[in-house]
Write a protein that binds this ligand. Sequence first.
Ligand code: FES
Length: 368
Amino acid sequence: MTVDPPWALLAELTHGCPLRCAYCSNPVELVRRSSELETEDWRQVMAQAGELGVIHTHLSGGEPLLRRDLPEIVAAADAAGIYTQLVTSGIGLDAERLNTLVRAGLRAVQLSVQHADARASERIAGRRRSFAAKERAAALVREAGLPLGLNVVLHRDNLDALDAIVELGLGWGVDRVELANAQFYGWALLNRDHLLPERGQLERARDAVERWRERLAGRVELVWVVPDYFDGTAKPCMGGWGAVSLTVAPDGTVLPCPAAASLPGLDPPNVRDRPLEWIWRESPAFNAYRGTAWMPDPCRGCELRAVDFGGCRCQAYALTGDPARTDPACHRAPDHHLVQEFTARRTSDAAQPLPVPRSYRSSPQPSP
Ligand code: FES
């Protein structure tokens, strides 16, 4: 089959992070700082990505500002003709650092926030004074004249504050608000019982998003990442496996999606061993679920197979133990009952377990 070039690269520069968010979708086992790629490795990654056709990179983590060589990595991406966007908690960003990054070629910033209320935001993030740091970071980005997006992972503890979150973004002068309902991979899967909202919360939030979209049309973009556990539709994860995007993990592992390291038998390649071009076009990992030929029934005969691509491979594995099954989020999936049974138990008065905060050092295993 013809393989088009990727247009996006998620560069996970480090798994180190000053926050302890329970919804973190990074793997339970994080890459140690001592195993991270060196500056020169990232220069090579950016040069190869540019040659491959990548036009946009998210410089992410963990917290990418923990990398002292971030300006060099930004400059390498810029030199390769790649648009650079920093995805950050804002902690560690000051005027001098930002100016250095802008001079290196940084084009945009996406700032995470956990809630509109400072105390609630800091409770969810597990770090005191983090909200003030985010507010300062937002002001610096606006002063620098860069496009600013607000990135909010939504779950049971903040969905009811959606109006206030959008107002916060407007007050901070953002161009875009990404409202991403929590996805249950990696550490977040440990906390699914705590994080999963009840249906009424989601319906109210969805109505609020529609109202805000009407009010802000043409001024601020509002992105709503669907809560697939509740919608009965599978999300077109990553725009299709090996279709538009690739992820380079902090240790150089290259993945079709950030969560794919958990899949059995994938044997993901590494930029230390192979060129990005081969990894994208030829590697067994990127071809495992590419296109539609791998699909089981009912995806194989479904008219939506080229729209949702059978949903998410990592979710299929997490819920059924088989990454090649139809994503149970789809109402046509033979395993859809697994999602239905889980969401049916969610009520506003049901007692939920306390969240397990993200930890960089301890690595408990997710419950089955
Ligand atoms: Fe890996 Fe969806 S998160 S395919």
